[in-house]
Structure formats: C-alpha cells, structure tokens
Design a protein around this ligand. Sequence first.
Ligand SMILES: C[S@@+](CC[C@H](N)C(=O)[O-])C[C@H]1O[C@@H](n2cnc3c(N)ncnc32)[C@H](O)[C@@H]1O
Length: 241
Amino acid sequence: MASHAPSGFDAPSSRFDAQRERLSAYFDGTARKAWIELTSDVKVSGIRATVRAGRDAMRELLLDWLPHDLRRTRLLDAGCGTGALSVLAARRGAEVVAVDVAAGLVAIAQERQPSFLGHGRIDWRVGDMLDPAHGQFVHVVAMDSLIHYRPEDIVATVTAFAARCERSMVFTFAPATPMLRAMHAAGKLFPRSDRAPAIVPVAEPQLVSKLHAALPEWRVARRERVGSGFYISHALELVRR
Ligand SMILES: C[S@@+](CC[C@H](N)C(=O)[O-])C[C@H]1O[C@@H](n2cnc3c(N)ncnc32)[C@H](O)[C@@H]1O
C-alpha cells in the first residue's frame, strides 16, 4: 500500500486541510468500528439498515453512470473508505487507484479485496484524494467523500479533479433539504460524543452554477437523489462538453 503525505501539494484552502485532518481522525478513531460494520453485512439497527440500503443504491447508481466495460480504464476512487466501489469497478476491468486519508479503513479495504479481480486491479493508497501524484484518470468517482466539505471546497476539489480527468467525474453531496438544514442547525448531524465533523447541506442550484462557472469545458450530464430513511445524498455526473 503506497502512502502519500497530504502536505506535499497545494490543497484548495487551509480550511480543506483542517477538515481533511478532522475526517482522518474521525474515520480512523471514533467512527471506525461503526463504519466497518455499516459497510459489511453484519446485522445493524433499523436506522443503520436504511442507511446501508441507501448507500448500496447510491453505489449502484454511480457505477451505472460509468461504461460497463472498464478494461484499460484508469479510475480514481476518491475517499474509497472500506473499498466496496473500488472492488466492483475492478471486477468490470478498471485499473483503480483507491485513496483514502483514513489508513485504518484502507487496511480493511485491502483485507476485504477478493483474490480474483479478472482484468481489473486496485492500487490502495493512504493520502489525500487531491494529490497529483495519483496521476491522470479517465473517470473520477467520489461517493459521499465530499459531504463534510463546504460548497466552495467541493467546487475547488472537483476543479482539481478536472485537470486530471479525461471523461467523467461523478460525486455526491448532501442536498440542502429542509430536514437536513434543520438537523444541521440543531447540531444533530454533529453528535457531540463522537466529535463527528458535520455533514454540510448544499443547495444544488448554487453548486451547479458555481461548477459551470469554474469549469466551462464541463457540463452536468446527470443528477439524481437517493433517499432511504436517514440516508439522503445527491449524485452529479460531469462530462466534458
Ligand atoms: C462517508 S465516507 C465514504 C467512503 C466511501 N466512498 C464509501 O462510500 O463507502 C468518506 C470518506 O472520505 C474520506 N476522505 C475525506 N476527505 C478526504 C481527502 N481529502 N482525501 C482522501 N480521503 C478523504 C474519509 O476518510 C472517509 O473514508
């Protein structure tokens, strides 16, 4: 497993750096066990089961937006967590670079990797998704890895991906629904005992117009929301014009 120090390149902002460090501590610390369980098939409580079902649906949706045949195709799984999406993409032939800042989750992902991936392969890395050392890609996927960043940092991150991406970028954000906004305002997306970094609700029209302004050579091709119990996430696909 390669490890890339996050500090060897320019992050979009010092706020991005600070949030990445908080996320690394959170996913490698208090949230680690819950996250490993959520991404496995062990039995979980009713609420978590709805989240798992929503996440399964979102993963399927994002994978459906990629070509079925991914042979000889370099794909970045940005914020790969425990690696489910990377494995499914590799099974379709992709050459996946799977990167996450939480070393403990990448270790689980490696343990879970099936021994046979057909034509595909996965290069697991610990580090920042924005590190240019990861190279150039045909597709970039970021499933729920940007939901803790502010809209300006999401736009800056996607803009940085665009410089390294040939065909499509698919990512999700937490849509600013009345319920998510209310939970955010009441601190409910930020359980104190866990010191969890808050999920940031994002208004889709503003995000899309900022993306179009920052990336004139790209357009939003598809968009879809997945809601399941306590899980709500909104996917966008950007393709070159
Ligand atoms: C909500 S989890 C989603 C994980 C995975 N994509 C999935 O859907 O199962 C968000 C992940 O993004 C990772 N992450 C957040 N910011 C990152 C960054 N700047 N570079 C690499 N990983 C990052 C976190 O460590 C965490 O594992």
